[in-house]
Design a protein. Structure first.
Length: 295
């Protein structure tokens, strides 16, 4: 199982005097497999542009994957979204993994001038056309007038479709190289993977890889958030508290490795973890210990 980590947000960077380049290098040197960043426009919280943040991570590392968790192409003109993706693939030397979603609150879509009700259709269009745009083909756009051909052409990165919904599973089966749900149990991974394989086969496609997004905190130590505190944040995904409290990855590396092994046995091959607290660099080191125990 490959293990990646969400890069520290603006608040953590300030509090811990940790810039993105230093964080990305630390994760790489610790032996982790990927660094990831979300895509947010106007949430009321401080956040960096996804493409800018990952460009910093790409140009300060040499081996580690860089990934979007998740990029929202439909909130932008599609040619502009493709240009950002192609640029990241270029500056990273082909290390990008493109997690794609259609979420975010209605306020973000209003700020972008894109009707919230069109997000599903626009996401489907993006998934259908992105690979051709990245490859440098001339593409007739759906939501913008005319044709476009982008240069430089790049090898399209793996596309992982985010979310655990039935719609997301169908999108992953038809267009994705991976399925990328978050805050999900091992049993839900197993059932989702079975449906994914069935749908992909019906489209004559290979079964997409399964990756999961998770949150938690590793190791003992003063001031670390409790399982119940982390679960309160998970309920914001619409998950009942009695289920949410079972989802955080908490404990010493051996305990977290045991939890991750259950996801691996259910069919997940990648995990992307966002730290719920603690010193970011120390958490990376503990996560690297967890990875070593898994392998």
């Amino acid at each position: 199982m490959d293990i990646g980590v969400i890069l520290p947000g603006v608040g953590v960077q300030r509090e811990q005097r940790l810039d993105l380049g230093t964080a990305a290098r630390h994760a790489e040197e610790a032996g982790l497999d990927g660094v990831w960043h979300g895509d947010h426009l106007a949430t009321g919280a401080a956040s960096l542009d996804c493409a800018v943040a990952l460009a910093v991570a790409a140009t300060t590392t040499t081996r580690i994957r860089i990934g979007t968790s998740v990029f929202i192409p439909a909130i932008r003109p599609l040619a502009w979204a493709a240009k950002q993706v192609a640029s990241l693939q270029h500056v990273s030397g082909g290390r990008l993994v493109l997690g794609v979603g259609s979420g975010g609150g209605a306020g973000q879509w209003a700020a972008a001038g894109v009707p919230y009700g069109e997000r599903g259709r626009r996401t489907d269009s993006a998934l259908e056309l992105l690979a051709r745009l990245l490859a440098g083909e001339t593409v007739t756009l759906v939501d913008e007038p005319g044709e476009v051909r982008l240069q430089p052409a790049v090898t399209p990165p793996p596309i992982w479709v985010g979310n655990a919904s039935a719609v997301a599973v169908r999108r992953a089966a038809r267009h994705g190289d991976g399925w990328f749900p978050s805050m999900i149990s091992p049993s839900e991974v197993a059932s989702g993977r079975a449906k994914l394989a069935e749908l992909a086969a019906a489209h004559g496609r290979p079964e997409p890889v399964v990756a999961i997004g998770a949150t938690g905190v590793l190791g003992p130590g003063p001031g670390l958030p409790t399982r119940e505190f982390i679960a309160l944040g998970i309920t914001g995904y619409g998950i009942p508290m009695e289920e949410a409290v079972r989802l955080p990855l908490i404990g010493k590396p051996a305990q977290v490795a045991e939890r991750l092994a259950a996801y691996r046995d259910a069919g997940a091959r990648h995990v992307v973890l966002g730290f719920a607290g603690g010193d970011w660099r120390d958490q990376c080191d503990l996560l690297a210990e967890t990875r070593a125990l898994l392998t």
